[in-house]
Design a protein around this ligand. Structure first.
Ligand SMILES: Cc1cc2nc3c(=O)[nH]c(=O)nc-3n(C[C@H](O)[C@H](O)[C@H](O)COP(=O)(O)O)c2cc1C
Ligand code: SF4
Ligand code: SF4
Length: 438
């Protein structure tokens, strides 16, 4: 059986599945349920001294939508869209103190970890909340620089407003890191283009890891009434956000080499595997448990174990970052890969009743020819679109041999495209700039 344990920032997790800071971790009872259900860890709902952010949670609103952007009635599947408005922990951080100590002990007794989360009013409050978390014995704290809601709360400062400003994020992180000894994790906001810059800034300030990422801000509309859902902009997430989160996990892992907790877009073990393969050491599971209940958690963990067993991964290390290592650096590198072309299997092809591939090839390669699909292979650019639109798995890609390529019957990438030297001496860039000026 695969070993799911992982060392993250010096802390041993029995498995990488950590419950995100969310409504689930806003109550001692449910935190205990998470421990009982086998969670590797739980991040408490953000502890705060901002009264309005506690009040916001007491007035939360949720719109759970399906792939047609209509409210889900009944079973929730992986297409859900979670549109919501909520704040930080609904009780002030000092009131949590006795519970933090007790829950931390309960977690440790079961081989799990209670992790802190902070969102303060002033820099000093960030420090005070994190010190309180450390004094209660919690082994790690996450700074919530990713919450989308403070930006929509008049008079409140925090969350993504800090996570969008590298200098401010660096300063708050530095002050917290100077004040506590436990590892500090910074939760990033994807609501910006400077994610890497912010990650670099908090790394400089002493953060042990980053969380990539919190959720986006969205705007959802009920087309029957013509009104925005929940009255206007709100936080938004769902599995659709996963590739967007993975982009940042990949870049932070590759370019900064920082430990990462992966968040934003996990439904089940498949999504966890993607986060780990991109370079996340542990992952956070959030909204899916709000919708399906804690009973879904053991299924996620069992699914991960089964996946690893059936795919020959003995431990987390063997999956960690493998996709990021295999990734091309840029499209220039992509162009140096072998050229491919499509071939139709006429034995299984349903043409002429089906013509989908002909309609979805935008390079004039496929055409209708005497009751079967004809191919102008000299036009085929190897884009792979037809292999995916064919409903009968009747088109496959093949590596174009040197002989085929040199015969001139195959499309060739014109000489000089993506030659790195040209970019280095600014030649191509110069041309495109002068074109812009013209
Ligand atoms: C209703 C709701 C409340 C949340 N509250 C917090 C919070 O208090 N602190 C925080 O850091 N993140 C909060 N988050 C963000 C989650 O921790 C998590 O990063 C996000 O939901 C993406 O993960 P998921 O796709 O697994 O839901 C909240 C998310 C939702 C949906
Ligand atoms: S691989 Fe792309 S270009 Fe080639 S036939 Fe298929 S759709 Fe057309
Ligand atoms: S989409 Fe598939 S089945 Fe349909 S015509 Fe093309 S190859 Fe044949």
């Amino acid at each position: 059986m695969a070993d799911l344990s992982v060392d993250f920032c010096g802390i041993k997790f029995k498995n990488p599945v950590v419950i995100a800071s969310i409504e689930t971790t806003n109550s001692p009872e449910v935190i205990r349920e998470c421990v009982d259900a086998g969670a590797g860890g739980m991040i408490i709902k953000t502890l705060t001294d901002i009264e309005d952010m506690a009040r916001l949670t007491q007035n939360s609103k949720y719109a759970i939508l399906n792939e047609k952007s209509e409210p889900i009635r009944g079973k929730v599947n992986r297409n859900f869209v979670f549109y919501s408005r909520s704040g930080y922990s609904s009780t002030g951080y000092r009131e949590w103190v006795p519970y933090l100590k007790e829950l931390n002990k309960y977690a440790e007794d079961h081989g799990s970890h209670l992790i802190g989360s902070a969102g303060g009013k002033t820099v000093q409050s960030w420090v005070d909340i994190c010190r309180t978390i450390e004094d209660c014995g919690l082994p790690m704290v996450e700074l919530n620089f990713g919450c989308p809601h403070p930006a929509m709360m008049p008079g409140v400062h925090g969350g993504s407003m800090i996570g969008q400003e590298p200098d401010v994020a660096e300063e708050v992180t530095r002050r917290v890191c100077e004040a506590v000894k436990i590892p500090v994790v910074v939760k990033l906001t994807p609501d910006q283009s400077r994610v890497l810059e912010v990650a670099r800034a908090v790394q400089r300030a002493g953060a042990a890891a980053v969380t990539a990422t919190n959720r986006y801000t969205g705007f959802s509309i009920d087309i029957e009434t013509g009104s925005p859902r929940l009255g206007g902009p709100a936080g938004i997430g769902g599995v659709w956000a996963k590739p967007l989160s993975l982009r940042w996990v990949h870049r932070i892992h590759t370019e900064l080499g920082m430990p990462i907790t992966g968040s934003n877009g996990i439904y089940d073990h498949r999504d966890i595997v993607e986060f780990i393969m991109a370079g996340a050491g542990i992952v956070q599971v959030g909204s899916v448990l709000m919708l399906k209940g804690i009973k879904f958690l053991p299924k996620i963990i069992a699914g991960l174990e089964e996946f690893m067993d059936s795919h020959g991964y003995d431990d987390m290390e063997s999956m960690f970052g493998i996709a990021s290592r295999r990734s091309v650096k840029d499209y220039g590198e992509q162009f140096r890969k072998p050229r491919m072309h499509s071939e139709v299997n006429h034995a299984t092809c349903k043409n002429p009743s089906c013509t989908i591939c002909i309609q979805t090839c935008f390079y004039d390669t496929l055409w209708q020819s005497d009751g079967q699909v004809g191919s102008h292979l000299d036009h085929c650019i190897g884009c792979e679109m037809c292999t995916q639109t064919c409903p009968f798995d009747s088109i496959h890609m093949h590596v174009t041999s040197d002989e085929q390529r040199l015969s001139g019957d195959f499309f060739t990438i014109s000489e000089g495209v993506f030659e790195p030297e040209k970019f280095e001496n600014g030649f191509d860039r110069g041309i495109s700039l002068s074109r812009v000026k013209d």
